[in-house]
Design a protein around this ligand. Structure first.
Ligand SMILES: Nc1ncnc2c1ncn2[C@@H]1O[C@H](COP(=O)(O)OP(=O)(O)OP(=O)(O)O)[C@@H](O)[C@H]1O
Ligand SMILES: [Mg+2]
Length: 512
C-alpha cells in the first residue's frame, strides 16, 4: 500500500516534502526537482550532514532550504528569545538578502520567521527582529560575530548550519569567524555545505565542520554550466575599453554583467562606458549598502542593462535574464571565473560568457582552463591591431592603465563618421562564438572531447605550438586537466598545480 502511494507521488513530494511547504514550493514554480535537490534533500531529511557540489544556477538554494524548512515546520512556532533554529552563512550581503527571499517564497503560508544579519545597515533593527527568537538567521559572518560577542544572539540552540558558497566561507577572509560561529552553535547540529567549486585544499577544512557527511556531487567541482557558451577575446589592456564598447553596441547583449578585478577598475570601466554613451550601474565593496542593493535591484528589474561589478557579485546572485557575462579582466582567484560566468546560463537558460585577455593574463587564463578542465576558444584576436587613438593625457594622470582614460573620444570619432578601419569593425557578440557551442549540450563525461576543442594554434601570443598548450603533457583528449573522481584530482605530471592554482592571492574582504 505504502509502495503504491509512493509510486503515485512525484516531484518534491517523492523527496519527502509535504503539506504547505510542498504547496508553496509548487506555487513558486518548482515542480520537478533538480538533480542536486533530488540527491541532497532526502539525505538531509534523514538527518545527514552534507557536502553538495553542483554547477552554478542548478538549484542549490532550495536543496538546502527545503529540508530545513520541512523540519522546522514540524517543530511548531515556539521559539526561545534571541535564538535562531537555523543559520545560513553567505559571503555577501546581497546573496544573504536573496537567500532570505527564496526561503520566504518557499515557505509562504507556513509561519516561518526569518532575520537578516548583515553589515552596512542598521544593527538595531536586526537585534530587534531576533529578540523573540527566529527560525532562520541568514547572515554574513562579520556582523554575526559582532552580535554573538554582544550577546544579542544566542546560537546555542541553532541545530542547522548551512555554509552557502562553502569554499569561499572557508577561505582565508572568513575561516576564523566561521569556525567561531560554528563552535557557538548546538553541538549536535546538522551541517550543510554547498558550492559549485571546492578546491581540494579547502575541502580538507570541511572535515572539522561535518560529521560523517554525505557527499553529493552532481558534476565534478569547477564544472561550468553546460548552457554557457564561453570564449576568449584577445585584446591588450589599452584596447579593452573599445572592444567592450563595440561589443555592447550589439542589442543582442540585452542584460550584461561586466566583471572587473578591482573596485577602482570597476569604477573606471563604468566611467568609460558612460563616456562612450552607455548607461551602466556599478556594484563593489566601496559603495554604500544602499547603492549596492539599488544597482542590483535595477539590474534585476531590467531598468539597468549593464551592471559593472567586482567579484562581490560573482557568487550566488540569481538574476534570471542575464544574457552575457563579460570578464573585462581575469579574476585573481581562478574559481571566481566559474562563479562569475555562472551569473548567466542559469536554470537551463542559455548564456554567453566572453573573457577579454591581455597577454599578461595568459597564466591566469591557463589556471582557469585547468580548473574548468577545458580550453576556451578564441572568438576574436585584436592583438595585431594598433592601440586606439587617444587624447593627450591631462598632466598628472598616471600613464599605465591609460587605455581607459585616454580613449574617451574614440567612439565620438566613430560617430562622427570615421570609418571603422581600425581593426575594431563591428562584430556581433550576441550570437555564438566561432565554432558554435563547442563545450555544451553534452553529458558531463563527454565534454571537452578533442574534436570539439579549439586548438592551441589560434593563440598567437602563446608563441607555442598548439600541442604545448596542453598542460602536464597529457595526450589530447577528454578533460586534459586531471579528470579524476572527486577528491582525487591531482595533476598528472610531476608539478602539482594545486599550489600554483591561485595567483596574487589576497585575504578575502570581510563581507559584513
Ligand atoms: N526545481 C526547480 N524548478 C524550477 N526552478 C528552479 C528549481 N530549483 C531552482 N530553480 C531556480 O533556478 C535558479 C537557480 O537556482 P539557485 O540560485 O538555487 O542556483 P545555485 O545552484 O545556488 O547557483 P549558484 O552556484 O550560482 O549559487 C533560481 O532562479 C531558482 O528559482
Ligand atoms: Mg547559490
Amino acid at each position: 500500500m505504502t509502495e503504491e502511494i509512493n509510486a503515485e507521488l512525484n516531484g518534491f513530494a517523492k523527496l519527502g516534502i509535504s503539506g504547505q511547504l510542498l504547496k508553496a514550493t509548487n506555487t513558486a514554480g518548482f515542480t520537478e526537482p533538480k538533480p542536486i535537490q533530488e540527491q541532497a534533500i532526502p539525505a538531509q531529511l534523514a538527518g545527514r550532514d552534507i557536502l553538495g557540489i553542483a554547477q552554478t544556477g542548478s538549484g542549490k538554494t532550495a536543496a538546502f532550504a527545503l529540508p530545513i524548512l520541512s523540519k522546522i515546520i514540524a517543530l511548531g512556532t515556539k521559539r526561545r528569545p534571541k535564538t535562531a533554529r537555523a543559520l545560513i552563512l553567505a559571503p555577501t550581503r546581497e546573496l544573504a538578502v536573496q537567500i532570505e527571499e527564496t526561503i520566504k517564497v518557499l515557505a509562504k503560508g507556513a509561519h516561518i520567521s526569518t532575520a537578516l544579519v548583515l553589515g552596512g545597515v542598521s544593527r538595531f533593527s536586526q537585534v530587534k527582529k531576533i529578540g523573540p527568537g527566529v527560525d532562520f538567521v541568514i547572515a554574513t559572518p562579520g556582523r554575526l560575530m559582532d552580535l554573538v560577542r554582544e550577546k544579542d544572539i544566542n546560537l546555542s540552540e541553532t541545530t542547522w548550519l548551512v555554509l552557502d558558497e562553502a569554499d569561499r566561507m572557508l577561505d582565508m577572509g572568513f575561516i576564523n569567524d566561521v569556525k567561531r560561529i560554528a563552535k557557538a552553535t548546538h553541538p549536535a547540529r546538522q551541517t550543510a555545505l554547498f558550492s559549485a567549486t571546492m578546491p581540494a585544499e579547502i575541502e580538507q577544512l570541511t572535515q572539522s565542520l561535518l560529521r560523517d557527511p554525505v557527499r553529493v556531487e552532481v558534476a565534478p567541482q569547477g564544472t561550468t554550466a553546460a548552457e554557457i557558451v564561453q570564449s576568449v577575446v584577445l585584446a591588450r589592456t589599452k584596447q579593452k575599453r573599445k572592444v567592450l564598447s563595440d561589443m555592447l553596441s550589439d542589442d543582442a547583449m540585452s542584460s550584461v554583467i561586466v566583471f572587473a578585478r578591482t573596485k577602482h577598475g570597476a569604477d573606471r570601466v563604468t566611467k568609460d562606458l558612460e563616456r562612450d554613451g552607455f548607461e551602466a550601474a556599478v556594484i563593489h565593496g566601496n559603495k554604500s549598502q544602499n547603492a549596492r542593493q539599488k544597482a542590483l535591484n535595477g539590474f534585476r528589474d531590467g531598468s539597468v542593462r549593464i551592471l559593472v561589478a567586482t567579484d562581490i557579485a560573482a557568487r550566488g546572485i540569481d538574476v534570471p535574464g542575464i544574457s552575457h557575462v563579460v570578464n573585462f579582466d581575469l579574476p585573481d582567484e581562478a574559481e571566481s571565473y566559474v562563479h562569475r560566468i555562472g551569473r548567466t546560463g542559469r536554470n537551463g537558460r542559455d548564456g554567453i560568457a566572453i573573457t577579454l585577455v591581455d597577454p599578461s593574463e595568459n597564466s591566469k587564463l591557463r589556471q582557469v582552463e585547468r580548473i574548468i578542465r577545458m580550453k576556451l576558444p578564441v572568438m576574436a584576436d585584436h592583438l595585431g591591431q594598433p592601440d586606439p587613438a587617444r587624447e593627450p593625457r591631462p598632466q598628472g594622470e598616471r600613464s599605465f592603465e591609460s587605455a581607459n582614460d585616454g580613449a574617451r573620444e574614440d567612439r565620438g570619432h566613430r560617430r562622427d563618421g570615421r570609418p571603422r578601419n581600425d581593426g575594431f569593425g563591428k562584430k556581433r557578440f550576441g550570437g555564438q562564438p566561432q565554432g558554435g557551442r563547442p563545450f555544451s549540450g553534452k553529458p558531463d563525461g563527454e565534454r571537452g572531447a578533442q574534436g570539439e576543442r579549439s586548438q592551441g594554434g589560434d593563440r598567437p601570443f602563446s608563441g607555442k605550438p598548439s600541442g604545448e598548450r596542453h598542460f602536464h603533457g597529457k595526450p589530447k583528449g577528454d578533460r586534459p586537466f586531471g579528470d579524476k573522481p572527486h577528491g582525487e584530482r591531482k595533476p598528472d605530471g610531476a608539478k602539482p598545480f594545486r599550489s600554483k592554482r591561485r595567483f596574487n592571492r589576497k585575504p578575502a574582504a570581510r563581507a559584513a
